[in-house]
Design a protein around this ligand. Structure first.
Ligand code: NAI
Length: 249
């Protein structure tokens, strides 16, 4: 039996990058997958078709802004009509607006906190009652190693990711008695469109800090998400797992 057979997973920000790799990994392991993102283009529609054909699972995409509380509520209402039982929520959507604090605008601070941190509250709150009714659920939040160690030029992003870690540990304590697990993944430097924008000197600097001497792949992160989503992790909750090639922050 596949690790996620008969399970259904919601993955936010899954049109590309790490979220997309998680969607594919979950489908490969038997899960129905719900992809959400700001916009769903033809490329994502093709990806959905491919998942259904290749892995014989159900897949569907929904476009909405996870930083908008009401949009998350509306999405959940629609979702539960299409998929009556949801087992896994991966809060993956995230953005960067890097700058030194002296130059960081209020708008860039607010935007990063809203998209990265408030979205985790929005989506978890929208699905929590459903998980409680089912007496089962695995929530996986995408944090970052910079949420643990900080990073110059990323005060907004680091604060949002540190907030996610505090949220994860609190929710694990609140709903553990209902058999709902909540964990975070803290990726290091992963090769995705997000990190492709970084200048060469910053990329080199990251590589030098990584004992495994390579950037991570979205698949490296998806493997850990698979573990946390599955019953292999049935006694793992309130944890942060670093996926960072051994980097020390
Ligand atoms: P990405 O930029 O390739 O993908 C992020 C996705 O989130 C995009 O498809 C984007 O459209 C979507 N998104 C952004 N704002 C949204 C919103 N308001 N509503 C719905 N969807 C929205 O990024 P990547 O690299 O795949 O990152 C995924 C997650 O992993 C993020 O939370 C990021 O902070 C985290 N992460 C990434 C690392 C890396 O090195 N790539 C390192 C540590 C953490």
């Amino acid at each position: 039996m596949k690790l996620l057979e008969n399970k259904t997973a919601v993955i936010t920000g899954a049109a590309r990058g790490i979220g997309r790799a998680i969607a594919e990994k979950f489908a490969l392991n038997g899960a129905n997958v719900i992809i959400t993102d700001l916009a769903i283009n033809a490329d994502v529609e093709n990806f959905i078709d491919e998942l259904q054909k290749k892995y014989n699972v159900k897949a569907k995409a929904y476009a909405f802004d996870v930083s908008d509380f009401n949009a998350c509520q509306d999405f959940t209402e629609k979702l539960l009509k299409d998929f009556p039982s949801i087992d896994i929520l991966v809060n993956n959507a995230g953005i960067t607006r890097d700058n030194l604090l002296l130059r960081m605008s209020e708008q860039d601070w607010d935007m990063v906190i809203k998209v990265n941190l408030k979205s985790v509250f929005n989506m978890t709150k929208a699905l929590l009652q459903h998980f409680m009714k089912n007496r089962s659920g695995s929530i996986i939040n995408m944090a970052s190693v910079v949420g643990i160690g900080g990073n110059a030029g990323q005060a907004n992003y680091s604060a949002s990711k540190a907030g996610i870690i505090g949220f994860t540990k609190s929710i694990a304590q609140e709903v553990g008695s209902r058999n709902i697990r909540c964990n975070a993944i803290a990726p290091g430097f992963i090769e995705t469109p997000m990190t492709a924008q970084l200048p060469d000197d910053i990329r080199k600097d990251w590589m030098n800090k990584i004992p495994l001497k390579r950037g991570g792949t979205p698949d490296d992160v998806a493997n850990v998400a698979l573990f946390l989503a599955s019953d292999l992790a049935s006694y793992v909750s309130g944890q942060v797992i670093n996926v960072c090639g051994g980097m020390r922050m």
